[in-house]
Design a binder for this molecule. Structure first.
Ligand code: ZN
Length: 164
């Protein structure tokens, strides 16, 4: 690895190595405790631990993944697939569900949904009929173009389902 980071012990930019801890680390958030395999980076010159943004980011991803499991939240893949499945943008979908315009985008970016949001995504993903009901009920919250495009997609999904 040729990339260098500032080592606060050497007070110099240094190359580093990344290790995965052999034991599980504990992380507590909102009264929930999760265990994950933490990555740590060390200065190649002095062996002291250094802060590497990418390593920190990967640890956060691992913690979130475990939190999803422990809290039984909707899988991230499903959060990504729902707008694709119903041919609707993240912003219109968010409005359709009665949320702030950017809420769904935040979940796509990796923010953890709370119970209610998580369950709603899970339900609409697995039930086109329920999605269709919400789409009809709240169509005035989104543009006509977005509404018709999504309506067509969900109708095709439902037709396909009843043909089998
Ligand atoms: Zn160092």
């Amino acid at each position: 690895m040729s990339e260098k980071v500032l080592c606060e012990t050497c007070l110099c930019p240094r190359e580093y190595r990344v290790e995965e801890s052999q034991t599980l680390s504990n992380f507590r958030v909102d009264g929930t405790s999760v265990q994950y395999k933490e990555l740590r980076a060390f200065c190649l010159t002095c062996n002291h631990e250094v802060f590497v943004h990418e390593v920190n980011k990967e640890n956060t991803t691992r913690i979130k993944k475990e939190l999803r499991k422990v809290k039984n939240l909707v899988p991230f893949e499903l959060v990504q697939e729902t707008p694709i499945k119903y041919h609707i943008g993240k912003r219109p979908l968010s409005l359709l569900l009665g949320w702030g315009e950017l809420t769904y985008s935040r979940f796509i970016d990796g923010a953890l949904p709370t119970r209610c949001y998580s369950d709603l995504i899970d339900i609409i993903y697995h039930n086109p009929k329920i999605y269709q009901n919400i789409l009809e009920k709240n169509k005035n919250l989104i543009s006509d173009v977005a509404y018709r495009k999504s309506k067509k997609a969900v109708q095709e999904l439902l037709a396909h389902k009843s043909n089998r």
